[in-house]
Write a protein that binds this ligand. Structure first.
Ligand code: M6R
Length: 608
């Protein structure tokens, strides 16, 4: 979270810093700012709100400012509310910094600096980095040594870039548990918290090791270890990278990305289907199929996709699967064994809790597989094996096409594991593969054609401040994802319940016209969930049923029924998810919300 950019070169820095920040804005957009060297010293311009606010200030006061070196930041607030003061960069004495991450011991460090006379201007944890660096710099006038000492004092996670007042046109950078890359390009030299900011300039970058201070000038980048010794990190060459094609004719990225879903599924499956059958590395299948249990670890929507995967793998391959919330897993892990395997799912490949959970398991020598959408991301790099979803760049904060691609890949993996464990015949695998690769995209396209009706339903149902989703088994897993989607972009309070659980307390909240949306598929539990829908209808709730087959009892119970045709019962959820993504999208628009950048959120959650 938070985007960082740094530039030194022979070209104007200000437009480059702003351009970099715009590419990184998905990481946070509470406030933004830049600091740059001018002939009269370092100038800092920053403002609460989107980058446009900082640009407006620059136009007014710094129209003709000339600079070839600076740093920039777009913030997702952790410590200290979004405000002009809390916006980065922060300055203390000779040192100006931007920071991504969380300094866990900032209170004690701040007290120490205050005792030494530093006056803090912000409520952030980050400002203490500038204060400490300034203190150490005064002692020995050596920026690298000062920053090494700072690192020794900091607890937590950080990527930092820093300017020193009298080290003109030089940027320093260092990191721990947070991404920061350095790149030498024909346009000049850059730091960035994500390769995406420099992708248009180079396919090679460096990832400074933890404990190293990188020094960036127009001439090049040098790396210094803890004793000041020079290091030479290996370059990372990007062989593949997602391409951001913009939002085309769509009014929002989210809508465009929902319409990308058929292609995202096809592209994802293309890598893993050979002659009509699922195809994965045999070593990977060997290890997963021999596992005592597979743990799927992820956050948010990726976790919800993992839950669909649990259903697929258990049913098709007969291997027990547990789904774990990464932020819990890293501190309260279940009792896993040495024969267990671990699958980490992440669209961004940078989610802090997921990455930390994976490191914990890697450190124990257990087998890890990453299922990620972003090539070269941290989680992709550090897992023992990696499987890529090919959804393409996902820009809207609400994850949509990544979910469907993750579900599709997990379904294929489950089929392959089912063949390996002897529970799925080649003929069945071939049929199911076809249902996924051809049937699901076709079914999704049909849902997309019904966007206008879905908008009408969303306007009819989402009029209350609260909304409940019900389902059983995999229907419940989709209910959870649908609830998350609606709440995160429309700000309506939503909860998902296993349908039978509602009457154990939550039904007390059901009153006239509270929307209740029931997900119903398959025959085994159809009657049960219909009964649960009837229970809330009897209490005057407004009931919408989303189903694979509208039976008369559903029509009698609900105020409205939406049918999602799907190629097979087990693939219903991948198709019906699209109904709920559009439903959330239209609801958010109706309520005047910023669909692509919902409040308080960021696309890549790199703090815990
Ligand atoms: O990049 P990741 O898939 O690891 O992200 C996980 C969650 O942060 C993400 O899915 C989040 O819940 C989205 N805002 C959901 O739409």
């Amino acid at each position: 979270m938070c985007g960082i950019i740094g530039y030194c070169g022979g070209n104007p820095a200000i437009p480059r810093l702003l351009n970099g920040l715009k590419k990184l804005e998905y990481r946070g957009y509470d406030s933004a700012g830049i600091a740059f060297f001018t002939e009269s010293g370092i100038v800092t311009v920053k403002a609460e709100g989107r980058i446009a606010n900082t640009e407006a200030l620059l136009r007014g006061d710094y129209e003709n400012a000339v600079s070839v070196c600076g740093i920039g930041h777009t913030r997702w607030a952790t410590t200290g509310r979004p405000s002009d003061f809390n916006a980065h960069p922060h300055r203390s004495g000779a040192v100006t910094i931007v920071h991504n991450g969380i300094i866990e011991n900032y209170k004690e460090l701040k007290a120490e600096c205050e005792a030494a006379g530093t006056v803090f201007r912000s409520q952030t944890d980050s400002e203490v980095i500038a204060a400490l660096a300034d203190g150490y710099y005064r002692e020995n006038a050596d920026p690298v040594a000062a920053l090494q000492k700072v690192m020794e004092r900091l607890k937590g996670s950080y990527a930092v870039t820093a300017l020193f007042e009298d080290r003109t046109n030089t940027v320093y950078g260092f990191r721990r548990d947070s991404p920061l890359i350095a790149a030498e390009t024909p346009d000049g030299n850059y730091f960035a918290s994500d390769y995406i900011a420099v992708k248009h300039l180079t396919d090679t970058y460096f990832l400074p090791e933890e404990g190293v201070v990188a020094e960036l000038t127009a001439r090049g980048i040098r790396y210094f270890g803890p004793q000041g010794e020079q290091r030479a990190p290996a370059p990372v060459t990007v062989t593949e990278s997602n391409r951001d094609d913009g939002k085309g004719d769509f009014p929002h990225y989210m809508l465009k990305e929902i319409f990308d879903i058929p292609e995202a599924i096809r592209n994802t499956c293309r890598d893993h289907v050979l002659e009509g059958l699922p195809s994965f590395d045999d070593g990977l299948l060997q290890r997963l199929s021999a596992a005592g249990r597979i743990y799927i670890v992820a956050c948010g929507t990726a976790l919800n996709a993992g839950k669909l995967g649990k259903g697929y793998i258990e049913r098709l391959a007969g291997i027990p699967v547990s789904c774990e919330t990464a932020s819990e897993f890293r501190y309260f892990p279940p009792l896993y064994g040495k024969n267990d395997c671990f699958v980490f799912i992440s669209q961004s490949g940078e989610t802090a809790d997921t990455a930390a959970s994976m490191r914990m398991i890697n450190a124990q020598g257990l087998y890890t597989v990453a299922l990620v959408n972003t090539p070269n991301s941290t989680i992709a790099r550090e897992a023992a094996d990696v499987l890529y979803t090919r959804a393409g760049v996902e820009t809207a904060v609400a994850s949509t096409k990544a979910y469907n691609a993750q579900g599709a890949l997990l379904f294929l993996l489950a089929l392959a594991l089912g063949m390996k464990t002897g529970r799925v015949s080649a003929a069945d695998a071939a049929r199911k593969t076809g249902e996924l690769t051809d049937g699901v995209p076709a079914a999704v396209r049909k849902v997309l054609t019904e966007s206008a009706r879905i908008r009408e339903l969303s306007h009819r149902f989402c009029t209350a401040p609260s909304c409940f989703f019900l389902g059983r088994g995999p229907d419940f897993f989709l209910a959870e994802e649908s609830s998350l989607k609606l709440k995160e972009i429309s700000y309506i309070h939503c909860e998902a319940y296993a349908a039978g659980e509602l009457k154990h307390g939550t039904i007390a909240l059901i009153e006239k016209d509270v929307p209740v949306i029931a997900v119903i598929s398959g025959e085994t539990i159809r009657a049960k969930t219909i009964n649960n829908a009837a229970e809330v209808k009897a209490r005057s709730a407004k009931v919408l049923i989303v189903t694979d087959r509208a039976v008369p009892e559903e029509r009698e119970t609900a105020d409205a029924v939406f049918t999602v045709d799907c190629p097979a019962e087990e693939l219903f959820h991948l198709c019906a998810a699209v109904f709920f993504q559009l439903f959330a999208y239209h609801t958010a628009l109706l309520r005047g919300c910023d669909v692509d950048k919902p409040r308080n959120l960021a696309k890549s959650v790199t703090v815990e």
